[in-house]
Design a binder for this molecule. Sequence first.
Ligand code: HPA
Ligand code: ZN
Length: 322
Amino acid sequence: DQLRAALQHMPKAELHIHIEGSLEPELIFALAERNGVALNYASVEELRAAYAFTDLQSFLDIYYAGASVLLQEQDFYDMTAAYLARAEADNVRHCEIFFDPQTHTARGVPMRTVIDGIHRACQDSPVSATLILSFLRHLSEEDAFATLEAALPLRDKYIGIGLDSSEVGNPPEKFARVFARCKELGFHLVAHAGEEGPPAYISTALDVLKVERIDHGVRCLEDAALTARLAREQIALTVCPLSNVKLRVFDKMEQHNLLALLDAGLAVTVNSDDPAYFGGYMNDNFIATFEALPLGLSHAQRLARNSFAAAFLPAGQKQKYL
Ligand code: HPA
Ligand code: ZN
């Protein structure tokens, strides 16, 4: 129908996509064969059948296993090029892509192999694309510092720093010193907070880490004072509806709080998170959300506008979308 066509065709920015989460089962098998890596699954179908998650950790275990096939620079290039082609088809005009270097350097893959492969694909795409290096929060702050050190010779190839992986028990404050250093270095800062973790993690991400956007943040509504602050300061939330349902943050899309977040005056955006694992790319996320909730064209326009407003782009570059 008309709304569906509008959702598909409107120019949009994606601000929350983990490139390792765009690795489709078919590409996992192709790279496993190319690199001689053994997989614990006999077929694409068997792997896809394992994508039945109960919470964040049950997803992360299989997501890190999938990434184990990435060894050569061309592997990182091919994965990123495939994502950017899908993004272009969904009328994504700009994206800010997370990558998890520790998932690869821990397996002996050099930092430059990871960053050069992903970055070269971004440069070859007609879609505007920048990179955000994300620290794994289940690892130590010392490990994050070592990762930053290894990535600094390539600092012109990423614009920001993020924080992802297992949230509960790994609060933002654990990374206070390394984020302070990243701020001194002039990087944009973001962090996952309030996905499975409590609203207090959103507050400390803002107050201790000094982040500019919150990734997910859906649990903010449990704290009225925090919600009022996020609205007043227009802190963008990069919400990922299909991810939230697959990881049981909400049991059904009908129960998602995206409309409540918008009604609270928050700077909400829609994103895909890990599209190969959660059942869809950008437009799939928009369509699933708009089918389940009483949202209309004005909401769609607001979400698209929010995505460009919250992007780490020079004012002149986003002006045409605002
Ligand atoms: N949350 C935390 N870590 C992640 C996610 C997520 O949604 N996706 C990939 N790593
Ligand atoms: Zn995420």
